[in-house]
Ligand binder design. Sequence first.
Ligand code: UDP
Ligand code: MG
Length: 308
Amino acid sequence: MKKLSVIIPCYNEAEGRIPEVAYNRLLKVMKSMENYEYEFIFVNDGSKDDTLLILKELAEKDQNVKVLSFSRNFGHQCAVTAGLKKVTGNACIIIDADMQDPPELIPEMVKLWEEGNDVVYGKRRSRDGESAFKLLTANAFYSFLNYMSDVDIPQNTGDFRLVDRKVVDKMNSLPEHSKFLRGLWAWLGYKQKELEYDRAERFAGTTHYPLKKMLKLASDGIYSFSSKPVKAIGLVGVIFLIFAFVSFCGTIISVIVGGPTFNWFIVSALCFIGGINMFALYLLGNYIIRIYDEAKGRPQFVVDEEIN
Ligand code: UDP
Ligand code: MG
């Protein structure tokens, strides 16, 4: 019998006994799929409230509930990364505890997985009950990330997805420490399929992704998937050097026609120094990018199958 592992990160979710409600809803879905075993991997990301207590109660009641508890808050991406290492099923599903992503979609995901897709990711068609500010920043974030990033990260997708075990194993084998999962799933490749859904409102509690954490996530995404900022520095350097050249020509012409030369020369010198500086930073940046790429230790390629 195939087994499905569900990873549920939880941080300060005791209000409204969120993990228990999530457990009941997930259990109902799992029971509706008769041909599969299941395990729930709850990751307590250093909650300061009674979340861990609730999780312990669940684990006592149900042997299929596994709990991993952090010593302090390490962040959602770390919680999911830790959960991925515990997966024993043939596929895993990553879902938030607040049930904003409907678990009732899991059977559909499993069906698409059984049809041969390795990753089935949820794509938000709409988002209920999120502030205009969150919607605006989220939209800006996804567009900006997509523009900046060197791999194609699908828009309006979060971490809600089903992933085949072989892809989970590849993800676990990546040595980089601060993993921006959404980007890495895209980077890993494999047969990916999107599934559109409407994102619900939180049924209790409040978001743990304030602006500060969102900015951190955004910068992780950009730093680990983009070399565009360095290219931008190079471009500015070149523009300065062009200005320097034009003003230098102005100086020469002024000398020939006997006009004022001082201003032309000053502008030319300043642009030249600025331009050279920027260009030097660009060169250094390129070395740093290469060092960073090596340090991330991502393999050069990912093999899916080998025949004969
Ligand atoms: N979460 C976590 N660690 C954190 C912040 C959030 O494990 O530092 C969990 C949280 O319990 C929830 C999921 O990650 O299950 C998504 O968080 P949240 O609902 O607050 O984010 P939003 O849906 O508002 O983006
Ligand atoms: Mg949420």
